[in-house]
Design a protein around this ligand. Structure first.
Ligand SMILES: [Zn+2]
Length: 356
C-alpha cells in the first residue's frame, strides 16, 4: 500500500493537516528512568485527510509499533459508559473487549458479566485476557457486547477490522467503539492532545461511515466519542457521506503560540503535566536549555521524566524552594492551575504567566 493511500476507501489523494517530527509512542506517560526517557521510541506523524471520503489518517504510521492504549479510566467516566451501555440494552451477560486496556471490561466483570479480552501483547494479571488476536476459534463465546476501546487506532485497516470482528461474531450482539474525537482537538486548535502516534483520527461523521445505523455520543468534555450499533449494522462498503474539509492552517496557531512563549522568556518552570505541557517541552525545549523541570501535584508523575526531552517532574513543595531561591517565573499552560500555584507559593513573590 502506498504511503498516502486512504485507510478506508483505499484511494490516493489527501490533504496534509499536520506534521509532527517526533511523537513519543508512549504519549503523555512519564518514565521512571532518565536514560530510558531520553531514548523513548518516537514516530514522525503526518495527519492527512482523504479528499475522496474525508477519513483522517496518519500516512506515516508504522503498524509494527506496540502502541499502548490511552483511555480515560476515571471511575465516574467509566461508570457513565457502563450506564450508557446498560441503557442501550445488552442481549446477554457476555462481553468481550478487543485490544484496549480492559478497565471497562473489569466493570462488567464486577457486575456479574462473563468477560473475555483479547490482546497478543497483554502483560497484566487478568485471567480472562487471552494473549491472542480475536479469531474464528473464539466464535462460540457469542458475546452480547463487543468493546473496541481506543484500539481501532492501532490498525492500518480500521474498517476491515470492524468487519472482521462482526463476521467472527456472526453479526450478532452490539458493538461499542470509543475513541478520541478529532473534531474536539481541531476546535481547540490544539495538536497537543493528539500528541501520540495512531493510524487514524476519528470524528463523529467518519465513524458513522462504517454502520448503516448507529448511536453516536460525546464523552468527557467532548474530547472522546463513542459509537454503539447492532453488529448487524456493520456495512460491507463504507457509506458515502458528506464530510467537513479540515484546514491545514488550523494547527499553525498553536505552533506560533509555542514559539512566542519559549522565545519571550529566559529560564522558567512549567506547572502541570497535561498533554499540552508535555507537547510544549518536548517540542520547544528538547535540550532542556530553558526549562529546568516541570511541577505536578499528580503522584503518578512525580519523580519521573518526560519522554524524549527528559525533563524531570518534581513535587510542588520541593520545587517551590528552588523556584524561590533562583527567582524563576512559573509558566502555567492551563490557567486553572493559578490558585494551585498560589497555594504552594503562599506569600513568596513568584511571577506566574500563561501563554503569550
Ligand atoms: Zn478515503
Amino acid at each position: 500500500m502506498k504511503k498516502h493511500t486512504c485507510l478506508v476507501c483505499k484511494l490516493e489523494g489527501s490533504v496534509n493537516l499536520l506534521k509532527l517530527p517526533k511523537v513519543p509512542t508512549v504519549a503523555n506517560n512519564s518514565i521512571l528512568d532518565l536514560i530510558i526517557a531520553k531514548n523513548a521510541d518516537y514516530q514522525q506523524v503526518e495527519i492527512n485527510q482523504c479528499k475522496n471520503c474525508g477519513f483522517i489518517f496518519n500516512s506515516n504510521f508504522s503498524p509494527n509499533t506496540n502502541l499502548k492504549s490511552f483511555s480515560n479510566n476515571n471511575s465516574e467516566y467509566l461508570k457513565n459508559i457502563f450506564a450508557i451501555l446498560l441503557k442501550n440494552g445488552i442481549p446477554n451477560k457476555k462481553v468481550i473487549e478487543i485490544g484496549g486496556d480492559f478497565e471497562l471490561l473489569k466493570i462488567f466483570k464486577q457486575n456479574g458479566f462473563d468477560v473475555k479480552g483479547f490482546d497478543p501483547n497483554y502483560q497484566g494479571d487478568m485471567n480472562e485476557i487471552v494473549k491472542e488476536d480475536y479469531s474464528e476459534s473464539f466464535s462460540d463465546f457469542n458475546p452480547g457486547l463487543i468493546i473496541i476501546r481506543n484500539s481501532l487506532e492501532k490498525s492500518i485497516d480500521p474498517f476491515g477490522k470492524i468487519k472482521e470482528i462482526a463476521k467472527i461474531n456472526k453479526y450478532k450482539g452490539k458493538t461499542y467503539i470509543e475513541t478520541s474525537n478529532f473534531e474536539w482537538n481541531y476546535e481547540q486548535k490544539s495538536f497537543s492532545s493528539i500528541f501520540n502516534a495512531r493510524s487514524c483520527y476519528l470524528t463523529q461523521k467518519s465513524i458513522s461511515m462504517f454502520f448503516d445505523e448507529c448511536e453516536i455520543g460525546l464523552l468527557g468534555e467532548g474530547e472522546n466519542l463513542y459509537c454503539i450499533a447492532e453488529t448487524a449494522e456493520v456495512l460491507e462498503l463504507p457509506h458515502e457521506r458528506s464530510f467537513q474539509k479540515y484546514s491545514k492552517d488550523n494547527f499553525l496557531d498553536q505552533f506560533e503560540q509555542f514559539q512566542k512563549t519559549i522565545n519571550k522568556h529566559e529560564k522558567f518552570i512549567v506547572w502541570g503535566t497535561e498533554d499540552k505541557s508535555f507537547a510544549f517541552v518536548q517540542f520547544c525545549d528538547e535540550n532542556k536549555t530553558k526549562i529546568p523541570f516541570l511541577v505536578s501535584t499528580n503522584l503518578e508523575f512525580q519523580g519521573k521524566f518526560v519522554p524524549i526531552s527528559g525533563h524531570e517532574i518534581l513535587e510542588p513543595n520541593k520545587a517551590v524552594e528552588f523556584i524561590v531561591a533562583q527567582e524563576l517565573p512559573i509558566f502555567i499552560p492551563n490557567f486553572n492551575y493559578f490558585e494551585e500555584v498560589k497555594s504552594f507559593t503562599k506569600e513568596e513573590r513568584v511571577r506566574i504567566f500563561t501563554w503569550q
